[in-house]
Design a protein around this ligand. Structure first.
Ligand SMILES: Nc1ncnc2c1ncn2[C@@H]1O[C@H](COP(=O)(O)OP(=O)(O)OP(=O)(O)O)[C@@H](O)[C@H]1O
Ligand SMILES: [Mg+2]
Length: 315
């Protein structure tokens, strides 16, 4: 287990979270929400974690925001070891090191305060800006950064869902956190409004350099971030990296490349479509080639489809 603070702003190694569910009748059932998840996010990165319902996304964010504790593994956020952290450090961590945006707009903002008062309250708790005038200026700057300056005097009930979420981002970054965590921040919004909120998160990441992790079931998020990590069955399985290259004619090309994630002990998850296409199951054959590794169906040598097409590769 790592004992010194890592360079990464978020580091999860072999993270496990098991829930014990009391059934009443019969024995208790164990749910493995995270099954050895690995994730590294460097300072200033903007990363999306996507996965189906029940894949462990909210469980991961609850742990990273210190609302929940992992069963085993390593989890560091903004230089804090979440497994060994004591209560006093936890309070300071939540007050100064991280910001959160939740799916339910109602969970992010106090309903009886205006947008400006919500941000001012967050600033007061963080204690990052002293003096009434300085605080008022900062509130205005944050609302303008999120393009909700026009909502300053409105309560959440008087704002659209997108405006509420952008105000929620202003509240979340009021404490100038090193890390911003967002769980389904666009879950209650339509496509156009979602895109606007995701661009707002991207703007905050770019302008302030805050390390940002967005968790969502919406695969469309990958168009707004440079790196998308896929989580499947409580484990990170694939990553898509997006970049811009200039081709030989000087035109900008957007490139998206998919990678499988290899963990520390060399395990990887094959994409479902690869497994289905070759009907891979139980055992597969591996062979090491000079610059790649081959994975082949592990049926008997005389089985149809095994000998054919491989004779050129086999030495
Ligand atoms: N407190 C809990 N007690 C028991 N099981 C839980 C608890 N919280 C989550 N789980 C289970 O852990 C698994 C992962 O749940 P989680 O909420 O992290 O998924 P998710 O990816 O956020 O899903 P969604 O997209 O629906 O929000 C699920 O099987 C869920 O039923
Ligand atoms: Mg969830």
């Amino acid at each position: 287990m790592a004992v010194t603070s890592p360079d990464a702003d978020i580091l999860c190694t072999d993270l496990v979270r098991i829930f014990r569910v009391v059934t009443g009748s019969g024995p208790d059932v164990e749910v493995q929400a995270l099954q050895g998840l690995n994730l590294r996010i460097d300072p200033g990165e903007l990363v999306a974690v996507v996965g189906a319902s029940g894949s462990g996304k909210s469980t991961l964010l609850s742990i990273l925001s210190s609302l929940d504790r992992p069963t085993a593994g390593v989890a560091w956020v903004a230089g804090h070891d979440l497994l060994t952290m004591k209560e006093k450090e936890r309070v300071s961590f939540r007050r100064h090191s991280v910001g959160f945006v939740w799916q339910q707009t109602s969970r992010n903002l106090l309903p009886y305060l205006s947008a400006a008062e919500n941000v001012a309250a967050a600033l007061a708790v963080a204690g990052t800006v002293s003096g009434t005038a300085a605080r008022r200026t900062r509130v205005r700057e944050l609302l303008d950064l999120l393009e909700v300056g026009h909502c300053a005097e409105r309560t959440p009930g008087e704002m659209s869902g997108g405006e509420q979420q952008r105000t929620a981002i202003a509240v979340a970054i009021a404490n100038a956190p090193r890390v911003l965590l967002a769980d389904e921040p666009t879950g209650e919004l339509d496509d156009t409004t979602s895109a606007h909120v995701l661009e707002a998160l991207r703007g905050v990441n770019r302008e302030l350099g805050v390390t940002t992790l967005i968790v969502t079931h919406d695969p469309g998020v990958s168009e707004h971030v440079a790196r998308t990590v896929q989580i499947r069955d409580g484990r990170t399985s694939t990553e898509v990296l997006r970049s811009t290259r200039t081709d030989e004619h000087g035109a900008e090309q957007h490139v998206a490349e998919e990678y499988a994630v290899l963990d520390r002990v060399g395990r990887l998850q094959l994409p479902d479509e690869f497994v289905a296409a070759l009907d891979l199951r139980d055992r597969v054959r591996l062979s090491l080639e000079p610059d790649h590794v081959q994975v082949r169906p592990g049926r008997g040598a005389d089985a149809p489809g095994v000998a054919t097409g491989e004779s050129e590769d086999a030495s």
